[in-house]
Design a protein around this ligand. Structure first.
Ligand code: FES
Length: 193
């Protein structure tokens, strides 16, 4: 036997609802609910944002100080900064002259050695040890490693050659080795980052 639906639909007509200060009761309830919801969202988001702030140990790693006093002209060392290799090279007079003798118009990424070093410290070439092609670590910083055709660095992954200013000279690397932000704290200590 078929049942008969006897439910009564509420009357939504505006004229049937009481008003509070000119605002219908249902509108008032909606506004109150939205306001409460906003407070809930703020309370939820704050801990997430707070968790995303770098911790003290991460901040400490954002810069490093390196003692360069033992790096003789013609030598380089590898360090690490923000989980990336860093090359710090003490250029010889001959390497500086070779870098300065290059015609910029023939460079893929034209920069002078002076652009890539600090005034009065042109012998200190500080770059990321990350090939700008696909991110391999080039050779040439450690004693006895191949330095490539331009006496700087060589990336064997696909054959990129960098010169004594760390500029890309041959192979697929599109840009020069990146120079990070750094400053000299003294003649023998450099701060990177
Ligand atoms: S990653 Fe260095 S040449 Fe490709």
């Amino acid at each position: 036997m078929a049942s008969v639906d006897t439910a009564v639909e509420p009357n939504d007509s505006a004229g049937s609802e009481p008003e509070i200060g000119g605002v219908r009761r249902r509108d008032f309830i909606n506004v109150a609910a939205v306001s409460f919801g906003s407070v809930g969202v703020v309370a939820t988001v704050f801990p997430l944002v707070n968790q995303m702030n770098p911790s003290a140990d991460v901040l400490a790693l954002s810069s490093i100080e390196v003692d360069i006093s033992a790096i003789e002209p013609g030598q380089a060392i590898k360090s690490s900064w923000r989980k990336q290799p860093i090359f710090i090279r003490n250029l010889t007079e001959a390497e500086i002259e070779a870098a300065n003798a290059v015609d910029l118009s023939g460079l893929r990424d034209p920069e002078t050695l002076a652009d890539r070093t600090q005034e009065g410290k042109e012998n200190w070439l500080i770059t990321l040890g990350v090939c700008t092609h696909l991110g391999c670590v080039p050779l040439g910083a450690a004693q006895g490693e191949v330095k490539g055709e331009y006496d700087g660095y060589f990336c064997p992954c696909h054959g990129s050659h960098y010169d004594t200013a760390g500029r890309t000279r041959k192979g697929p690397a599109p840009t020069n080795l990146e120079v990070p932000e750094y400053s000299f704290l003294s003649d023998t200590v450099v701060k990177i980052g």
